[in-house]
Write a protein that binds this ligand. Structure first.
Ligand SMILES: Cc1cc2nc3c(=O)[nH]c(=O)nc-3n(C[C@H](O)[C@H](O)[C@H](O)COP(=O)(O)OP(=O)(O)OC[C@H]3O[C@@H](n4cnc5c(N)ncnc54)[C@H](O)[C@@H]3O)c2cc1C
Length: 381
């Protein structure tokens, strides 16, 4: 069994994504010696943009980067929902909670830079182009051999290696691989239309398209349709394919479609979820973020859940040994994460609802539903 160690204890974090960098901040700033290894050789993120709902903003405040996020993001002012004929079906104007905005969106690149700098400021070191080759936990500590041939021993290993987590496979086998939702998502950043300030959602019969503002210059088009890995689009014709899918859409979605250029970088990926039963830890190794609980993006809670994991983990490690702390971490995280996963999944399912009346009723209540979720998640994570 592990016991309360004499600081500084050593932690290895696998993965320099949102959860891994957040854990770099929280562990390094609570006295741990922290190394982060990232398999990608270049310090960059994949994807376009992110929404941060109120609880994510509170997590970012706890990480010490709230002001930077606000300075680089776009404060959400509401959304208009249209049917495929361009008829307005619902409109939602958010009411900000007392302490933070209802939601702020930003580019993934800005968030990644801000979190990397925060982790390094806190004292974490990030090694790029490196991962583990073997991991042996003897119950007291964890011996790791890296792909560059180096070895080290740690009190704690944090797996923040994302939705396809190799560490999850090592710890729990392949039974918890990502589960396809049956839907895939196109994403692209385009120049923002400064005369339009609200977000929009258009409910086409085959595809559902949203546009969000990421900052003063950039907006973010997301298009969801049925699909899985067997429907991977041909990269050579992606731009035309995406534009074709949006023929007939007006408003901000139509303008985003028309703003796609030959240089636009289009991302396409199936939407998947991960449901790893508790516990997400074994011995002195714990999984956080998407590795443990990838959530459908419809509630924009994936990053929030990963960052909250990092905050709670460091908090629980403050006064106790690693294995006791991991048990307490699990107690605090499981119900909240499961609630978020269930809510996001319900919204995803409604997205493709074929019964028009049921779909309209759900969409009309979505703003209130999000307000209620925001209220419930206002408690400390
Ligand atoms: C279409 C879409 C839209 C989304 N929109 C939002 C949104 O608006 N708001 C929101 O909060 N969330 C959103 N999400 C979810 C969010 O992106 C994830 O929940 C979040 O990135 C999870 O963070 P993470 O650190 O767990 O994983 P990641 O951010 O994926 O980071 C994992 C890191 O681990 C690295 N890695 C992988 N394997 C290894 C290895 N063997 N060794 C070392 N490193 C490794 C990867 O290269 C990566 O850098 C969206 C997701 C999708 C698919």
């Amino acid at each position: 069994m592990s016991r309360v160690g004499t600081p500084p204890r050593r932690a290895l974090i696998v993965g320099a994504g949102i959860g891994g960098l957040a854990a770099g901040v929280t562990l390094a700033s609570t006295g741990w010696t922290v190394e982060v290894v990232e398999i990608k050789a270049v310090n960059a993120t994949v994807g376009v943009g992110l929404n941060h709902p109120a609880n994510a903003l509170r997590a970012l405040r706890a990480l010490g980067v709230y002001d930077e996020v606000l300075a680089h993001g776009y404060q959400y002012r509401g959304i208009r929902r249209y049917d495929s004929e361009g008829r307005l079906t619902a409109e939602f104007t958010p009411v900000d909670p007392p302490d933070v905005p209802f939601q702020v969106s930003m580019t993934r690149a800005d968030l990644h830079r801000i979190l990397t700098e925060a982790a390094e400021r806190a004292g974490a070191t990030v090694r790029l182009g490196t991962t583990w080759e073997s991991i042996e936990d003897d119950g007291v500590g964890v011996d790791v051999t890296f792909t560059d041939g180096s070895t080290a021993r740690y009190d704690l290993v944090v797996g923040a290696d994302g939705i396809r987590s190799p560490l999850r496979n090592l710890m729990f086998g392949n039974d918890h691989d990502p589960v396809p939702t049956g839907y895939a998502c196109w994403r692209v950043a385009v120049d923002r239309c400064p005369d339009m300030v609200l977000s929009e959602y258009w409910n086409g019969s085959l595809v559902k398209a949203s546009v969000l503002h990421l900052n003063e210059k950039t907006m973010y088009l997301l298009v969801v349709e049925e699909g899985d890995w067997d429907a991977v689009p041909d990269p050579a014709t992606m731009i035309l394919t995406l534009k074709d899918k949006l023929v007939g859409f007006g408003g901000l979605v139509g303008r985003a479609r028309d703003a796609i250029t030959a240089d636009s970088e289009i991302h396409w990926a199936p939407l998947q979820e991960v449901f790893l039963p508790a516990p997400w830890h074994k011995g002195n190794i714990v999984l956080i973020g998407d590795a443990a609980h990838a959530v459908a993006p419809h509630l924009a809670q994936g990053a929030a859940m990963a960052m909250e994991d990092a905050i709670v983990l460091a908090d629980e490690l403050l006064g106790q040994g690693v294995q006791d702390a991991l048990a307490s971490f699990m107690q605090r995280r499981y119900r909240r994460v499961k609630y978020v996963q269930d809510q996001a999944h319900a919204i995803l399912q409604n997205e493709m609802e074929s019964d028009i009346a049921r779909k309209a009723a759900f969409a009309a209540g979505l703003g209130d539903r999000q307000t209620e979720i925001t209220r419930l998640l206002a408690d400390a994570p």
